[in-house]
Design a protein around this ligand. Sequence first.
Ligand SMILES: Nc1nc2c(ncn2[C@@H]2O[C@H](COP(=O)(O)OP(=O)(O)OP(=O)(O)O)[C@@H](O)[C@H]2O)c(=O)[nH]1
Ligand SMILES: [Mg+2]
Length: 243
Amino acid sequence: MGSRGEYFNLSSSSVQLHTQNSPVLSAIVLAGGKSSRMGRDKALIPIHGVPLLQLVCGIAQSCAETVYIVTPWSERYEHLLLPDCQFIKEVSLPIGDKKLEIQENTENTLIFPAPLLPCSPAPNTHGPLVGFAQGLAQVQTDWVLLLACDLPRLRVEVLQAWAAFLDNVRDEAIAALAAHPKGWEPLCGFYRRRCLPQLLEFINQGGRSFQQWLKQYPVEVLPLPAPEMLFNCNTPEDLAVIR
Ligand SMILES: Nc1nc2c(ncn2[C@@H]2O[C@H](COP(=O)(O)OP(=O)(O)OP(=O)(O)O)[C@@H](O)[C@H]2O)c(=O)[nH]1
Ligand SMILES: [Mg+2]
């Protein structure tokens, strides 16, 4: 737990209090990747009747004003119940060109330039870091909650307590994340919108690893009172555990 852990109190009454003081927040839910270990698209797998992406987006909406879904294949998910969620259709990088360019428009929001070329007939995946960068470019709030779509045991009250703590995160930190012995939990935590230039620089140098990127900057540690909430549903065996 970081030195600021004392700000946390996860009893239900304090969560309510903290939530009222939370900064305005956006959320990005990542729904791409190969799902190679699962053998089928994880986002569409029903957990107690609710497709995983729908479940995670519902939780994201309990914490954030705006929820973006970053995916190369939004058409796969259009039939899901995702009211008020906004799709960001991920673009592929041209063959042999790793550059991901983002320009600022006149309203000071960050947008991608003209659509990049698809680099193979099948939608390509560059991994979660590139998907995150494309989502972050659309975010208008100072902080964004990033969530993988394969987290069936997320706990709303923990996410809300974390969100309520963001105003206390030291200025130099680019993110606030839970830690594990080998690094950070990058796909269930908070990032400052202003880290986009550093992220693009890393990606444009060929970087694709959250852990490697995060190593370069200060990150605030979030306490994890319920580690099981980060249970990652990657394989048919994981799914059997959940069901
Ligand atoms: N938008 C987007 N999301 C991605 C991409 N790659 C992975 N993700 C998401 O990132 C999260 C973590 O992905 P993983 O479970 O590590 O990998 P995966 O590619 O989904 O599955 P495996 O092929 O089994 O490794 C999931 O929510 C994925 O949907 C990508 O290229 N684009
Ligand atoms: Mg996973």
